[in-house]
Design a protein around this ligand. Structure first.
Ligand code: LIP
Length: 263
């Protein structure tokens, strides 16, 4: 895919951050046996990745705003554009030496996500999309699955951990969906869950409590792959509501109706 100058800047930043994280990931695997564990090391790796991305994007587009998982919101001279960045999505996977995490970079223009990059550095899979230009993985065009029935569908979700308030509703979602689908996966990285919906690997994904930086890039990749993305509460106010449903157009209605019984 011959992307725009903005997309090329995003891909370059994601690759550079990915190289740094792959190096750190090898050290994390060694630290699994340490009594203290790799917690502090992963925090430093996460921050280093965000600094790399911010350096690349700010040098290329100094006037754009910034919303990063680790550094928060920084207004830019251009009030219409901002980067939305999760330098390490799938932090818990990374911490435990599981090779399923990503660098997620989105570009928002006037409140709409217009470009997204989700880079799985461990598997060398670069998912990209720009509004109106389709969705791609490693320069191969991707599209959502064509499955039409819930009973043949494979879904992904994020199950809240700890005392998150949405845990009871999520458990009810699982109880309602699992008897009528082909399977469920909870792989711990929303950006990759969405990228897999776009690639037809998953038929749908939902999560009741998400952050903009986790899903912004994946949202445009799903939409450009022909999928639908809405807030679990209805409409497209995903960031405001902090919830998301994504699926191919054939399954979306029935999938959403099962989940919205408890919205
Ligand atoms: C993760 C999300 C995932 C969610 C996890 C966590 P992080 O983001 O990608 O979907 O279920 O609780 O929030 O924290 O690894 O950047």
């Amino acid at each position: 895919m011959q992307g725009s100058a903005n997309l090329n800047v995003m891909v370059k930043a994601a690759r550079r951050a990915g190289r740094s994280l792959v190096k750190d990931f090898r050290e994390v695997e060694n630290l699994q046996v340490a009594v203290k564990g790799p917690g502090d090391f992963v925090t430093r790796a996460d921050l280093a990745a965000e600094n790399i991305i911010r350096e690349e994007l700010t040098n290329a587009r100094p006037s754009y705003g910034w919303l990063g998982e680790e550094t928060g919101e920084v207004a830019g001279k251009d009030p219409t554009r901002r980067w939305i960045v999760d330098p390490l999505d799938g932090t818990t996977n990374f911490l435990h030496g599981l090779p399923h995490w990503s660098v997620s970079i989105a570009l928002e223009h006037k409140g709409e996500i217009v470009a997204g990059v989700v880079f799985d550095a461990a598997k060398d899979e670069m998912f990209v999309a720009e509004k109106g230009a389709g969705a791609w993985m490693n320069d191969r065009r991707i599209r959502v699955s064509g499955r039409r029935n819930l009973h043949e569908a494979l879904f992904a979700t994020g199950v809240p951990f700890g005392s998150k308030r949405t845990l009871p509703a999520t458990m009810q979602d699982l109880a309602a969906l699992m008897p009528q689908c082909a399977g469920m996966r909870r792989w711990g990285a929303a950006s990759l869950d969405l990228a897999y919906v776009a690639a037809g690997r998953f038929d749908g994904y939902w999560e009741r409590e998400i952050n903009a930086h986790d899903v912004a890039a994946g949202m445009v990749i799903v939409r450009e792959a022909g999928g639908l993305v809405e807030s679990l509460h209805g409409g497209d106010r995903v960031f405001e509501k902090g919830s998301l449903i994504a699926a191919n157009g054939e399954i979306f209605g029935r999938f959403a109706s099962v989940l919205r019984e408890r919205a």
